[in-house]
Design a protein around this ligand. Structure first.
Ligand SMILES: [Zn+2]
Length: 265
């Protein structure tokens, strides 16, 4: 999605250059377990909100050898339309959500368009129906799902936003989701304008730095194969020559590298 720089930082930006936005889901795969984080959005939502729809995320998963219809665990970082838009394509899944996110998405703040804009009423209602079917597991704060993966409440962008910490070959990694839409939001201390609590958002950056580092995505990591160039990246490996992505070793990211940012509404 094309966006102006000024749309991505609270208080705007003196530069009026473009700063496009990418939309992601994440796959965490071990020898014994597959977990997906977030489900992105579909063509209908893209048309309605004037985003370019590149591909259904379940097609992206298929390219990585994962059939969405068999996935049993889906972590939902928050209930914005671009993070829960395809959850009907995961018919076997249990969804993992913070108590505070469901309360936020069904409570008083949704009477105000400023907060409600990035939610889709039908998707929130559908998730409520999943609650009654026993298909939602709730957390309140931080929770270890297994030895190698945990969720952590951050808030800020929404009341119940959670980030995901994953153990990889390179150590602990944090999937920030919209806790920092772009690497620059966090690294330069400039909040994204879709926010319910700025202090929680800023505290969240510190929390993520304590949990792990390295927030940029497509510009820092390698595709798992040439066919997946620009579609998917592996977060846990350096390239074939053993050369690591820029900023990898010391976790200091050049701001110029951040202009191809990482997230969504
Ligand atoms: Zn969001």
């Amino acid at each position: 999605m094309d966006r102006k720089i000024s749309e991505n930082f609270l208080g705007g930006d003196p530069h009026e250059a473009g700063m496009p936005m990418d939309y992601f889901i994440w796959l965490a795969k071990s020898d014994s377990k597959i977990r997906v984080t977030d489900t992105d959005f579909n063509q209908q939502a893209a048309d309605k909100r004037e985003r370019e729809f590149l591909r259904c995320p379940t097609e992206g998963l298929k390219l990585l050898g994962v059939d969405a219809t068999t996935v049993e665990d889906v972590i939902i970082t928050h209930l914005h339309y671009d993070h829960v838009g395809n959850f009907d394509l995961f018919p076997q899944a249990q969804f993992y959500l913070q108590d505070s996110e469901m309360a936020y998405a069904t409570g008083r703040h949704m009477t105000n368009p400023f907060f409600a804009h990035a939610f889709e009423e039908d998707e929130v209602v559908a998730m409520v129906r999943n609650v009654y079917k026993g298909r939602v597991s709730f957390y309140d704060g931080d929770e270890q799902l297994a030895d190698n993966i945990s969720v952590h409440h951050v808030g800020g962008h929404t009341k119940g936003l959670q980030v995901v910490r994953v153990w990889t070959q390179k150590g602990w990694m944090v999937l920030a989701s919209d806790a920092s839409h772009y690497a620059a939001n966090m690294n330069e201390g400039r909040p994204f304008p879709i926010v319910v609590d700025v202090s929680q958002m800023i505290d969240g950056w510190d929390k993520m730095k304590r949990l792990a580092d390295d927030p940029a995505v497509m510009s820092l990591f390698q595709a798992p194969s040439p066919e997946l160039e620009g579609i998917a990246v592996r977060l846990d490996v350096c390239d074939a020559e053993g050369v690591c992505p820029p900023g990898w070793k010391n976790n200091i990211v050049d701001p110029q590298d951040n202009l191809q940012g990482n997230q969504s509404d």
